[in-house]
Design a protein around this ligand. Structure first.
Ligand SMILES: [Zn+2]
Length: 261
């Protein structure tokens, strides 16, 4: 019996931690929300602020992580990511969990907000979710290969401390820059420029396919590498910042389109 409880608590803990590390850290989400906020058209910004009752996009961006502690929101657990295996060339060929995934949820939220037939409470919740999920889908490891829980199973040290590849992308790299979220936005607004024109108008599925491409372009360290640090930061901080910027600009574009007069 004792062993059973031990086993049960290990399972629970594993589940708990797998949930805890399944999203950009708070700072990543705030950065994306803040970039979007700075690129909203003036009228749209006023409208969004009304809907969010004065809360900023940066602050509302983490609501979807905070509610994970409430079991009544359990049905949303699978919405933070999607799965596109390495050999699938299109999302249309992929299996989607019954409870839905990030792509389906983002597309549905955009559609629901566009119809304008939505209650005030639901509209507020939809903007909070959209802000969070557009962020998540730009994190390359939130578009998983279906084999290693988005890199969570790849245990690896970060500057000597226990971590895993997913967590390094969610939060360790961002934390390592040692900036507040507004300082971070000031930095990347000046230094990161778009890879091509009109990228913010790309459809949702393109965002996911880009994440998949980045996932497959060298962010997995070689197997013999058990610890990452300076070198990994040097190599990957620019592509990561590019994703933060793209997510923020695309969120602004989506909201500007929905709420334009
Ligand atoms: Zn998330």
């Amino acid at each position: 019996m004792k062993n059973f409880f031990k086993f049960f608590s290990v399972v629970l803990l594993t589940f708990y931690f797998s949930i805890q590390v399944s999203a950009w850290g708070a700072k990543g989400h705030r950065i994306i929300g803040e970039i979007a906020q700075r690129h909203l058209n003036r009228d749209v910004s006023k409208k969004i602020s009304q809907i969010l009752q004065g809360e900023s996009l940066a602050m509302c961006s983490t609501w979807m992580d905070h509610i994970k502690s409430d079991k009544s929101f359990k049905y949303m657990y699978t919405w933070h990511y999607c799965t596109i295996p390495d050999d699938k060339l299109s999302y249309d060929d992929c299996e989607v969990p019954k409870s839905g995934d990030a792509i389906q949820t983002i597309e549905r939220l955009i559609q629901e907000l566009s119809t304008k037939k939505i209650s005030d409470g639901d509209e507020r919740m939809a903007i909070r979710m959209l802000t969070h999920l557009i962020g998540d889908i730009h994190q390359p490891l939130h578009v998983g290969n279906g084999e290693d829980r988005g890199g969570n199973d790849m245990k690896i040290k970060w500057f000597g401390s226990k971590s895993n590849l997913h967590r390094i992308w969610d939060s360790e790299l961002i934390k390592y820059q040692d900036l507040s979220y507004t300082e971070y936005v000031n930095w990347i607004e000046k230094t990161v420029s778009p890879s091509r024109l009109n990228y913010e108008k790309d459809p949702v599925r393109t965002w996911a396919m880009e994440s998949k491409m980045i996932r497959m372009s060298g962010i997995y360290p070689p197997e013999e590498k058990t610890s990452l640090g300076y070198n990994y930061n040097f190599k990957h901080i620019n592509p990561l910042n590019q994703r933060l910027k793209e997510a923020g600009m695309r969120l602004a574009h989506v909201l500007n389109e929905i709420y334009k007069k």
